[in-house]
Design a protein around this ligand. Structure first.
Ligand SMILES: O=C(O)CCC(=O)C(=O)O
Length: 298
């Protein structure tokens, strides 16, 4: 994947591991100050958001029941708050304090909030890593989120790959996922099916449905790859400050958090830009003239 250019941040063994497994954990990528800054800012956003004017949009992920209301669809250039499925009772009232009811904050943190922007768009270490990986020719950033995995009710994230949700032609999604707290078995650490990026086709894409809402569109695939994924999921426990780079085709998931500890993580994605990859108007998240997707290597 990497040519003859001298590496700036990664080692060749990191690049080889990412190529083999479809994901790569980089321990201690963020400094303790950066990690704590992101965590405290996320908690401050939770303290400050107004639950009275909130439409009570929950973050749901099932194949037949994925969130798709206007609050979600127009959140690409905003900082919005999506609730845990179990945070509301039958009458739509919160069953807990608002800070413990939010599943995730998204999706324009990396553009709008200075603390998140610094780590995402202004981060020289990250730019060096991106140049080393050579995954993209001209990457842009989109879809940033703080995933809180709340104590006791933090929802499961079912098996998926990210290119289904951020589809480009050809697929080019790459996830950057930063642990802000300890991530262990009991609070829903990420797990991966190593190598599945080489054996899994992108067979559907998450789209805006004409007339409103979201759904999945089936794709016709021509790639000649084995459809049967072999092997076992590997749970990747993380310490605060660790970064996991996630190939857009690799299968991954996280379990429900039934523990008394939250599992805050910050994540955003990169895709390639034209002419290398086309991101079209069917995608759920749309750039706006006021806030186009920012380039990473400007
Ligand atoms: O943080 C999680 O539990 C899931 C994250 C994930 O699957 C993703 O960012 O694609």
């Amino acid at each position: 994947m990497n040519g003859t250019k001298a590496l700036e941040y990664l080692g060749q063994e990191d690049i080889d591991k990412f190529d083999r497994d479809g994901y790569l954990c980089i321990r201690g990528f963020l400094t303790p100050d950066e990690t704590n800054g992101l965590l405290q800012r996320a908690k401050q956003l939770l303290d400050e958001f107004d639950i009275e004017s909130h439409p009570k949009t929950k973050f749901t992920t099932g194949d037949d029941n994925h969130v798709g209301d206007d609050y979600f669809l127009t959140s690409g250039d905003k900082i919005r708050f999506f609730l845990e499925e179990d945070a509301l009772d039958g009458q739509g009232r919160l069953t807990r304090e608002k800070q413990k009811a939010v599943n995730k904050i998204g999706h324009g943190l990396h553009e709008l909030d200075p603390v998140f922007r610094n780590v995402t768009l202004k981060n020289q270490r990250l730019k060096a890593l991106v140049r080393d990986l050579q995954f993209h020719k001209d990457p842009v950033a989109l879809q940033s989120m703080v995933i809180t995995k709340q104590q006791h009710i933090g929802g499961e994230v079912p098996e998926h790959n990210d290119s289904t949700f951020l589809y480009t032609d050809p697929p080019s999604a790459l996830g950057f996922w930063f642990a802000l707290e300890k991530c262990a078995t009991e609070n829903g650490a990420l797990s991966f099916l190593p190598g599945s990026h080489k054996t899994t086709q992108i067979t559907k894409r998450f789209v805006r449905v004409p007339g409103g809402g979201t759904g999945f569109e089936e794709l016709t695939t021509t790639a000649d790859v084995p459809s049967q994924v072999k092997g076992d999921y590997i749970l990747e426990t993380c310490e605060p400050g660790d970064l996991v780079i996630i190939h857009g085709s690799v299968l991954h998931k996280s379990e429900r958090n039934t523990s008394p500890n939250t599992r805050f993580a910050y994540t955003f994605h990169m895709i390639d830009s034209p002419p290398y990859a086309i991101y079209d108007e069917k995608n759920w998240l749309q750039p706006t003239p006021e806030l186009p997707f920012s380039k990473i290597l400007d």
